[in-house]
Design a protein around this ligand. Sequence first.
Ligand code: ZN
Length: 247
Amino acid sequence: MGTRLIAQGLEIATDDPAFWNLSRPETVCETHRLDIAAGADVLVTNTFGANRAWLSRFDRGEESVEINRRAVSMARAEAGPGRFVLGSIGPAAADSAGSYRDQAKILIDAGVDGLLLETHTAARAVVGLAEIGRGPIPLLVGLFRLESLAEWSSLVESGADVVGWNCISPSSCRTFAEAARGLIDRPLLAKPSGADPNGRSNSPRSFAMAVPGLLRLGVRLIGGCCGSTEAHVAAMRSALDTNRELW
Ligand SMILES: [Zn+2]
């Protein structure tokens, strides 16, 4: 969501994607709408940095409650019946004790179907899971690097219901899922980036081509991270539909 709002004019140096839940709600809704039209089953809320500690950099920490609530209500409205809403929690929450717990509570009270701790290291995710605790909804963790078997185990012991990777290339998702095969007793998640930090782009076609291999390796939640668009969603939807025997 952040990169898509930047493409719509968000100035990341002076603004934060989360503020657009208040200042540009129609743009956030339209982005969700494009993903649903492209065939998404799940929307992720525009709340990656919407914890009090991160928003305090702009002296707007007190607005975190309203920002998270609005984000959930917009995603829920655009998802419509029969689809799911995951609450996004970024790693900046780890910078302040209680931030994970506070943001998770707001998102859960607002009605998300699950929480997605994304772009995390295993160590940070363990901190987050401990603060959030085992609650009424599933907890999903997206890592941006491979991590070790011991670290995956600590995530599962800490309450992760789904473990996987986000913000890396489709081919790295595949390599990591291969390494994890049979070692994590949980469904896997893959949410690759449409563009690498070095500027190399990963096309919708490369997303679609990765889908069958990911499904064979136990990946059951598939999406797009930074730099991906509704074109990537549509490509994955099509690949999923033509590989139904794999899931
Ligand atoms: Zn990303």
